[in-house]
Design a protein. Structure first.
Length: 392
């Protein structure tokens, strides 16, 4: 009575049994494979292997680095100061724009960016950007960063806090909800979209290389009672498929099958998979993670903004300038006390051509505001007051 509950014994088949049964080639889809999410893996698959991510990082870093620095002492702007000279020429190998372009690029690539100050007589004289993948935070007894280890070719250099209390490393991070010390890279957030975009390109390349060899199975249908394919026949057919039907030079070549052989396609066609649209969606997701309007990257099918100028203005206001302002604040807190009290680092937004139209509109509105004094108008436009400008 218990026979009903017995489980059947799983069957096993060898390769030889499959050949004798007529089926000898089969292609099935496997599970999804994602690229590595460590710093090196993100750099290779994202920055070095994906055109959209690379364009986003270059656009953000280049735009942010083009904004000039300003220095204030109280409300007065300083035009000549050693700190301004240091920001303009941070070391003997690169100028300020090149250094801060790498600073912003590392921040977008890994979510972390490190700037080291080399001091002489207690005053910073040179600045260097350090690679994030070589840096390790060393925490103190209370859990706060007390030093940084920089690893190169197995050698570790510890950059510790000086006797004066100054830590010669400025560490900037992007928001990470689950890490106390390191930031979250946009490449990691957009990792799935980057993999889809990269694999879509690889699939297209594979289609060009193997255009006439769709995924499927060759089935042998011989007469009843006839033996299956021999080892020699099996090997010969595989060789003929590889030699005669694989590669771009054989694209479109019809397959000629011998008696008893039947081809059963088991793969999706390009129209079924629609990789072009899939890659466009993935590209928009990558641009969204970086805060770059897809229209600025030439991604088709994006009509979020009325025109290119509006998209560019939004990019500068919501992505670039907040990043520059955050960096200016960090530099003020880190460097300014080493050069004197009351100093503050700012940036010159008036030098940004993309904001020219918005700036002109603001000036026209202020010029027509007869109820404001000259200094009130200048304050609203971001300029310092003038003597005698407090009367209407």
């Amino acid at each position: 009575m218990f026979e009903f509950f017995r489980k059947p014994v799983p069957e096993t088949k060898s390769v030889a049994e499959f050949k004798s049964g007529g089926l000898f080639a089969l292609s099935l889809a496997g599970g999804a494979r994602w690229s590595a999410r460590d710093a090196a893996g993100l750099a290779r698959s994202g920055v070095m292997g994906n055109a959209i991510a690379y364009a986003c990082i270059r656009k953000i870093a280049g735009s942010a680095a083009s904004v000039p620095w300003l220095l204030y002492e109280g409300a007065a702007e300083l035009e000549d100061h050693p700190l301004l000279a240091l920001l303009a020429r941070p070391n003997g190998h690169e100028d300020g724009a090149a250094l801060f372009e790498r600073w912003y690029a590392f921040l977008q690539t890994s979510g972390n960016s490190y700037l080291e100050a080399v001091s002489l007589d207690g005053t910073p004289r040179e600045l260097y950007v350090l690679r994030p993948d070589r840096m390790t935070v060393v925490t103190g007894a209370r859990g706060w960063p007390a030093a940084y280890d920089y690893r190169v070719d197995g050698h570790v250099t510890r950059i510790a806090r000086e006797a004066s209390g100054f830590l010669p490393v400025l560490h900037a991070t992007l928001f990470h909800p689950l890490d106390d010390y390191y930031g979250l890279s946009p490449l990691q957030v957009a990792g799935a979209a980057i993999d889809v975009h990269n694999q879509g390109a690889a699939w297209t390349k594979g289609l060009l290389d193997n255009a006439a060899r769709p995924s499927g199975a060759l089935i042998y249908k011989g007469p009843d009672g006839a033996p299956g394919l021999s080892d020699e026949q099996f090997t010969r057919l595989k060789r003929e498929l590889e030699d005669a039907y694989q590669g771009a030079s054989n694209a479109g070549r019809p397959m000629v099958l011998e008696g008893g052989l039947d081809w059963k396609a088991m793969g999706y066609t390009p129209s079924d998979m629609d990789f072009s649209e899939t890659r466009s969606v993935a590209a928009r997701e990558i641009a969204l993670a970086f805060g770059v309007p897809p229209m600025l990257l030439g991604i088709p099918g994006d009509n979020t903004y009325a025109n290119y100028a509006e998209a560019n203005l939004n990019f500068w206001r919501q992505t670039v300038l907040p990043l520059v302002a955050r960096t200016a604040s960090a530099l003020t807190r880190w460097l300014c006390p080493r050069f004197g009290a009351g100093l503050r680092i700012g940036y010159d937004a008036d030098a940004v051509d993309a904001l020219a139209d918005a700036r002109r509109t603001l000036w026209e509105k202020l010029d027509g505001a007869s109820f404001l004094t000259v200094n009130e108008k200048r304050a609203a436009a971001g300029y310092s007051p003038l003597a005698g400008g407090d009367t209407l």
